[in-house]
Design a protein. Structure first.
Length: 217
C-alpha cells in the first residue's frame, strides 16, 4: 500500500534557506508519527509541505498519492493543518469560522455542530467573536475546524499548546478517534511525555533532515 506521506530527498526553501535539506520520511495509513527536534530544525516546514503550503523544489514528495511538486492545491482539501497561527477571522463568531473553513473542505453542516459540541464550544461561546476569545478558546476553535473537516491526514504543530489539562486530554482523544476512523497523524510537540503516549513512532528532524528514533509504543 502506498504511504500517506512519502518524502525522498525532499528539499524546501524558506526564502533562500533550505528548511528541508534532503528529507526522507514514509508514513503509513493509520500511523501517528511524532516529529522531534529543536526550534528551527524544519518540523514546521515539513508539516507545511505536507499541507501543500510550502513548495518542494527538489527530490520527491507525495502526500495521499499527490505529487507535491505539481499538485499541491489538490492535496489541501484532504489534509488538516493545526498551525501556530490559527487562520481564524477575528471579526467572525466561533461558529461562523468553523462553518466557513469546514465548507471550504466540503464538510457536511451537521459535522460543524458535532465538532462545536466535541470541543466544548456549542453553548454561549459559539456566538462570541474570535477576537474576544482566550488563547485556549482560539485553539479549541481551530481544533473544531479540523474535527468538522475530517481530514485524511492530520498535521498538528504543537497541538497541546495553550490548552489546560482538560484540553490536552481532549486533543489526545481526538487523535485516537481520528486514527480509529482511518486517518493518519503527523505531529510536532515539545511536550514529549504526553506526545509519546499517543505516537506509534518517533522521528527526529535535524538540519532539515529526518532520522528514525525507534521509540514509542
Amino acid at each position: 500500500m502506498e504511504p500517506v506521506v512519502d518524502l525522498r530527498g525532499a528539499v524546501a526553501l524558506v526564502g533562500r534557506f533550505p528548511a528541508l535539506a534532503g528529507a526522507d520520511l514514509a508514513v503509513a495509513r493509520g500511523e501517528v508519527v511524532l516529529l522531534q527536534g529543536p526550534n528551527g530544525a524544519g518540523k514546521t516546514t515539513l508539516l507545511r509541505c505536507c499541507a501543500g503550503l510550502v513548495p518542494v523544489v527538489d527530490g520527491e514528495a507525495r502526500v495521499l498519492g499527490h505529487d507535491l511538486r505539481h499538485e499541491r492545491r489538490r492535496v489541501r482539501r484532504r489534509v488538516g493543518l493545526l498551525a501556530h497561527a490559527t487562520g481564524l477571522y477575528d471579526d467572525l463568531t466561533v461558529e461562523a469560522n468553523v462553518r466557513f473553513w469546514a465548507a471550504a473542505a466540503g464538510a457536511d453542516p451537521d459535522d460543524v455542530a458535532a465538532a462545536l459540541d466535541r470541543m466544548g464550544l456549542a453553548g454561549r461561546l459559539r456566538t462570541v467573536a474570535v477576537a474576544q476569545l482566550s488563547a485556549g478558546q482560539r485553539r479549541r476553535t481551530s481544533l473544531a475546524v479540523l474535527v468538522a473537516r475530517r481530514p485524511e491526514l492530520w498535521l498538528l504543530d504543537e497541538p497541546h499548546a495553550g490548552l489546560d489539562q482538560a484540553g490536552r486530554d481532549l486533543v489526545d482523544g481526538l487523535i485516537a478517534d481520528a486514527v480509529a476512523a482511518g486517518a493518519t497523524v503527523l505531529l510536532s510537540s515539545h511536550e514529549l511525555e504526553r506526545a509519546e503516549r499517543v505516537a506509534h513512532r518517533q522521528v527526529e528532524v535535524v538540519g532539515g533532515q529526518v532520522r528514525e528514533v525507534r521509540r514509542g509504543r
